[in-house]
Ligand binder design. Structure first.
Ligand code: SAM
Length: 439
């Protein structure tokens, strides 16, 4: 393998040959981890960018730096009919990944021992590239992004992430200490982990570094030590650095993957009553500035986790709030495919049958808040959408049939009222993420 900085690559390869990541038993299935599947489903990313619902059938997906393959398996489960390719520097990790995918019955999969920078050698173009927990290890993340761009189809999407320098500042400080002590000169192993453990245990609890990084529940978890205190090649980035890297690779930022975790307004006691200075300036500032402000106020996210893609002509997509009645008549209302998982459907039907609220946040926790869907809403929307996407008229008529009159006045539900109810519900649910609206 040709690389410009073989020393650090050798260290990284050795680290992951000795301890492939993640250490998840081969039998563990992500089938019931709906939120995990949701974010690894190409439909989610593609909809976020284009407001269109695509089929995963026949798509080609790359897991770049796939490690022991749990995310590769998640990608395979989340994207039925897609071909999955995994690459990694560490052949030991790939052996595990290969076994994992075989164990779970996936055969449309291939693995290659390959460095990210050498991706073009594969001569395959991808619809989606997942690069999870890898980019921050590269000497130059821009080179990694460029290599992925070189094998990305024109409308393809890359999901990647960088460590946050602000959130992780204390771990970087710990790494400096253990570098000074020579524990990271060679590939750290059990001996080095034991030394780190002993040092932390010997420190007073009030010592800042211990307060900020030590987790007694992880005291015996060697991988936690390796991936935090002794992580070879680990580096941190800020939001402006992340945006600069994306631009330098001639790519375009699409969005943070977990939008709700980056909601600036969620930091205020009362988002409707923020200081006037902010109320005037915030709506005007760029997405980059909003994310940067969020991080400066509250660096709680370990990963700067984002989707990006090739630059596109500015196609302005009108938000559903601005659609006219005629627009709405053309809209196809979809249920996100991950809502069709049997564990979700079983609970949904149970709630509908028993006239209970449906706790959607239990399956699709896209916000920190508890979200209970009213029984009448769940009963009207979900059963037909589980079968196929529907036009608004179909759902409005169903609403009229199910709830023909106002329970207080006894007046008949009009077509217009039902249409408006479904439209408002669709807008609200779309913002949450389980309903997709295709115009
Ligand atoms: C922290 S693990 C992440 C594994 C997997 N993506 C996940 O999130 O579960 C990082 C992986 O990236 C691989 N890696 C690091 N640098 C790489 C490079 N330049 N090219 C290919 N793989 C690399 C390592 O060997 C390791 O398996």
């Amino acid at each position: 393998m040709e690389t410009k900085t073989p020393q650090i690559y050798d260290k990284i390869r050795e680290q992951f040959d000795t301890g492939p990541y993640p250490r998840i038993p081969i039998e563990t299935s992500p089938k019931e981890q709906i939120i995990n599947l949701y974010y690894h489903n190409l439909v989610t990313a593609y909809y976020r960018r284009n407001k269109q619902v695509i089929s995963t059938q026949g798509r080609i997906i790359l897991d770049a730096g796939c490690g022991s393959g749990f995310t590769t398996l998640t990608l395979a489960e989340a994207n039925p009919g897609a071909k999955i390719v995994g690459i990694d520097l560490s052949s030991k990790s790939l052996e595990l990944a290969q076994k994992r995918l075989e164990y779970h019955g996936f055969d449309n999969v291939e693995f290659h021992v390959l460095s990210l920078e050498d991706l073009p050698k594969l001569e395959i173009k991808f619809d989606y590239i997942n690069c999870d927990e890898v980019l921050y290890l590269l000497p130059d993340p821009v080179a990694g992004l460029k290599a992925m761009k070189a094998v990305l189809k024109p409308a393809g999407i890359i999901r990647a992430n960088l460590h946050s320098s602000l959130q992780r500042v204390f771990y970087f400080r710990a790494q400096l200490i253990f570098k000074m002590m020579g524990l990271m000169d060679e590939n750290p192993g059990e001996i080095e982990v034991d030394i780190v453990r002993e040092i932390f245990k010997s420190l007073k609890d009030g010592v800042q570094l211990k307060q900020k990084t030590w987790n007694s529940e992880k005291e015996n978890d060697d991988q936690y030590f390796m991936m935090n205190y002794l992580f070879q090649g680990d580096k941190g980035y800020t939001i402006p650095e992340m945006f600069a890297a994306i631009a330098d690779a001639n790519l375009e930022f699409i969005s943070m993957t977990q939008l709700k975790q980056w909601d600036l307004m969620s930091l205020f006691k009362d988002p409707k009553d923020i200081p006037t200075f902010l109320a005037y300036s915030l709506p005007e500032i760029s997405i980059e500035d909003k994310l940067n402000l969020f991080e400066l106020f509250n660096p709680k996210n370990r990963l700067l986790d984002f989707w990006c893609g090739n630059k596109e002509e500015n196609q302005t997509i009108k938000p559903p709030q601005e659609w006219t009645i005629d627009d709405w008549k053309k809209v196809k209302i979809h249920l996100h495919p991950q809502m069709k998982a049997s564990v979700v459907v079983e609970e949904l039907f149970e709630c509908i049958n028993q006239y209970l609220y449906f706790p959607i946040d239990k399956h699709l926790p896209l916000t920190q808040e508890q979200i209970l869907i009213k029984n009448n809403v769940a009963a009207c929307l979900y059963p037909p959408l589980l079968e196929s996407p529907k036009p608004i008229d179909f759902l409005a008529k169903r609403w009229q049939r199910l709830y023909p009159e106002n329970p207080i006045t006894g007046e008949a539900t009009t077509e217009e009222q039902a249409f408006k109810i479904i439209r408002d519900l669709a807008i609200g649910r779309e913002a949450f993420g389980e309903i997709l609206l295709e115009l």
